[in-house]
Structure formats: C-alpha cells, structure tokens
Design a protein around this ligand. Structure first.
Ligand SMILES: Nc1nc2c(ncn2[C@@H]2O[C@H](COP(=O)(O)OP(=O)(O)OP(=O)(O)O)[C@@H](O)[C@H]2O)c(=O)[nH]1
Ligand SMILES: [Zn+2]
Length: 197
C-alpha cells in the first residue's frame, strides 16, 4: 500500500496535524508561541479527528440494525442537520439532508436514527456536496436493498459565503434517486413530502 493510501486507512495522525497547524500559523505571520495560540495545534488536531472521523467509519455497520415491520411504503426522515468540510478549501459547508426509501419486499426497515448516522459517516470527511449525496443514496441501496431510495441535500458553503464570491445565504440543492422512486408519481410524492414545510 502506498503512503497516501496507508494514511487514509489509519486513524487521524494528530501529531502530524499539530506540526502542520504550527507551520500554518507561522506562514500567516502569527507567533505560534504566544499565549492564546500555544494550545491551538492540539485543539485543531482534536477537532480534525472529530470532523474527519467518517473516513474510518463503515456505512454497513451503521445500517446493520433492522426490524421486520412489514412496511412496504415510503419511509422518509427529513431535515437532518449536518456539517461537512469542503474538500477544496477545508472550510465548512452545512445544511440539511432528507433521506427516503421504500423497503424491500419483506418490509424490513432500519432504525430511524441510523439514517441520520449514515449522513454523519459521509459528512465527516473532506467532501463535495454531489459526492456526499450519491454516497448516501448508494449506501442505502447496498445495505438496505430497498425498492428505491431518494436523498436530497440543501447546503450553504462557507467557501462561497465568507470568501471568494461572498454570497452568504446562497443554497445548493442536490438530489439522487434510485430504483422505484424514479417513477414520476412516487418521486413527486417524495419531493412534496420533503419540500412541504
Ligand atoms: N460542484 C461543487 N463545487 C464546489 C463544492 N464546494 C466548493 N465548490 C467549488 O469549487 C470551486 C473551486 O474553484 P477554483 O477556481 O479551483 O478555486 P477558487 O479560486 O478558490 O474559486 P472561488 O471559490 O470561485 O474563489 C469553486 O467554484 C467552489 O464554489 C461542492 O460541494 N460541489
Ligand atoms: Zn469550498
């Protein structure tokens, strides 16, 4: 395995982050030894371990809990708030995710909280919104084997708000639809439930 792949397979290397953050502080013209910044490399390393923890988590484990409820209609958990990190600028993007699926023939469903946990698995990584959306829906298809699944994600990207083009409040909406929910009527029902606030 090459060094980069090995790094991805390991838990977050906090010592390396501490060294890198100290370098960044020097590079921006700060004094990393002044009182207020002394503990900053350690704090950032701990924060990164948390916000990138999803790199070391497995969607299949999160979705392993299932119940035989014999429910064969749409299940939708909407307005799941989350924070992720833009892989281009390493600043946050945040918003809400809406996850729906039609259970498999046997009507097995997963725990509702597991859908929110699934969002965290993929949000806690360096991301772009489009990939986040498709990774979530593809994980639902793989691990729940439902008749269909839909994911809609609405976000504000701080790289567009606090810097660059500076358009605070601009929202990006992405969706991914699989299986039977692609049918026009089912998709319309799911979208009206998602957007009906
Ligand atoms: N498609 C997509 N683009 C994203 C996402 N997050 C950030 N971006 C965009 O990534 C692009 C990077 O563009 P570059 O020209 O390489 O970088 P930049 O000079 O910092 O761009 P500006 O943000 O326009 O200042 C920008 O247009 C961002 O808005 C995302 O989740 N999806
Ligand atoms: Zn960005």
């Amino acid at each position: 395995m090459d060094a980069d792949l090995q790094a991805v397979a390991q838990p977050v290397d906090q010592a390396r982050i501490r060294r890198a953050v100290r370098e960044i502080l020097v590079a921006i013209g700060e004094d990393p030894d002044r009182d207020g910044l002394l503990e900053t490399p350690t704090r950032v390393a701990k924060a990164y371990a948390e916000i990138f923890a999803g790199l070391h988590q497995d969607a299949g484990e999160v979705l392993a809990t299932s119940f035989d409820l014999n429910h064969q209609e749409l299940v939708l958990v909407k307005d799941i708030p989350f924070y992720s990190t833009c892989e281009h600028h390493l600043v946050p993007f945040h918003g809400t995710a809406h996850l729906g699926y039609i259970p498999s023939e046997e009507g097995r469903v997963t725990g509702l909280s597991k859908l929110a946990r699934l969002v965290e698995v993929f949000a806690r990584r360096p991301q772009v919104q489009e990939r986040l959306t498709t990774q979530i829906v593809d994980a639902m298809m793989e691990h729940l084997t439902p008749k269909g699944a839909i994911v809609v994600v609405e976000c504000e990207h701080l790289c567009m708000s606090m810097r660059g083009v500076r358009k605070p409040g601009a929202k990006t909406v992405t969706s991914a639809v699989r299986g039977q929910i692609r049918d026009t009527a089912t998709r319309a029902e799911a979208m009206s439930l998602i957007l009906g606030r």
